[in-house]
Write a protein that binds this ligand. Structure first.
Ligand SMILES: NC(=O)c1ccc[n+]([C@@H]2O[C@H](COP(=O)([O-])OP(=O)(O)OC[C@H]3O[C@@H](n4cnc5c(N)ncnc54)[C@H](OP(=O)(O)O)[C@@H]3O)[C@@H](O)[C@H]2O)c1
Length: 326
């Protein structure tokens, strides 16, 4: 099959189109002919050679797939070859054929289009689990969502409101993203590169702080976020888009009855995929009822995956960037 494979040239990673062997579906796994996938921040890390993954070279990036089932491993009752599905994969999705656990493969209703379906798996499952399992959102609580106009962010803002959040505050890197974040449910949008994040959140929440903070940025943004976390609040570490891990002083946690939690959809994928299924089921329900939409503002053919990842890395993309394979 054809796949976009990471090669290291002159000290940096690049994707090149190569012929590689087809992956084979094992016990409890399905093989999918890929029609669409997402170009996400984690793929930039994989292109750089940094991503926390057990995949061995030749590394093929990508986690999300929409397409048609072409083979079923043993123990995959309920699926049929030819069926249209979306999944979180085990093998790289920048490829013609992708293998995924059946536990995180979803049959797609006809009303969900291919581009939305390509954006759905990681966005939907991650956003839902960040708010519910990891973040334990209670009705009426305030939520601070970093990178609110990004791939995961645009889904999380909508889901926060659907799940009963009170005040939803989003952060964005520049003015051009403010209207989008507001349109998806943010009551307040903070330009966190220029405004004082913690004092703005304290002022919006009447001096209490945010009950739940979803921190995909790390570095100094974690420090500023902790300064505006409410007593009994939770901060969920879910990424480090800044390039640096955040530091969390434990004395600040115990003194304020605050919690710091880590969450990774990718981490679940290899060890306990079945734990991700309820989140995907719930999000598909919201997509079917049209209460939720996947925001996709850029599409590229798979052969232009480098340009797609450059766009995400530039901070100019909004919503999910999708790659298509014809
Ligand atoms: N834990 C999980 O299960 C899980 C799953 C999926 C993704 N993630 C993480 O969630 C985050 C968002 O992922 P995504 O794929 O949806 O990406 P994305 O939000 O579409 O793109 C990343 C965004 O991060 C912001 N950002 C802040 N500092 C940045 C920097 N130094 N360089 C580049 N971008 C920076 C930018 O938004 P602004 O310009 O508006 O700040 C950028 O648009 C990433 O950290 C990713 O690793 C975690």
């Amino acid at each position: 099959m054809k796949a976009m494979v990471v090669v290291q040239r002159n000290g940096h990673g690049e994707l090149v189109l190569e012929d590689v062997p087809d992956p084979v579906a094992g016990e409890g796994q399905v093989a999918i002919r890929m029609e669409g996938t997402a170009a996400s921040f984690g793929d930039i890390e994989m292109r750089r050679g940094n991503y926390h993954t057990p995949r061995k070279p030749p590394v093929i990036p990508g986690h999300d797939v929409v397409g048609t089932l072409v083979a079923l491993g043993p123990g995959t009752a309920g699926f049929r070859v030819g069926e249209r599905v979306a999944a979180i994969s085990l093998t790289g999705t920048y490829a013609d054929i992708v293998v995924a656990p059946a536990a995180i493969t979803w049959s797609l209703p006809a009303e969900i289009d291919t581009i939305s379906a390509a954006a759905f798996p990681t966005n939907g499952v991650t956003s839902y689990n960040l708010l519910t399992k990891a973040g334990r959102l209670a009705a009426g609580e305030s939520v601070l969502i970093h990178a609110a106009a990004g791939g995961v962010g645009t889904t999380t803002c909508q889901l926060a409101k659907l799940l009963g959040a009170g005040t939803v505050i989003g952060t964005v890197g520049d003015e051009s993203k403010v209207d989008l974040a507001r349109s998806l449910g943010c009551d307040h949008v903070i330009l966190y590169r220029t405004e004082d994040l913690s004092s703005r959140v304290m002022s919006i929440t009447g001096g209490k702080g945010a009950d739940l903070i979803l921190d995909s940025i790390g570095g100094s943004v974690t420090e500023q976020s902790l300064a505006c976390l409410a007593p009994w609040g939770r901060i969920v570490a879910c990424g480090k888009s800044s390039g640096s891990a955040g530091q969390i002083p434990t004395d600040l946690l115990h003194a304020g009855n605050k919690s710091a939690i880590g969450y990774s959809t990718g981490g679940h994928r290899y060890t306990r995929p079945e734990a991700l299924r309820p989140a995907g089921d719930a999000v598909l329900g919201y997509l079917r009822s049209k209460e939720l939409r996947m925001v996709v503002n850029a599409q590229f053919p798979l052969s232009e995956a480098n340009a797609a990842l450059d766009l995400v890395a530039s901070r100019k993309s909004t919503g999910r960037v999708v790659l298509t394979n014809s």
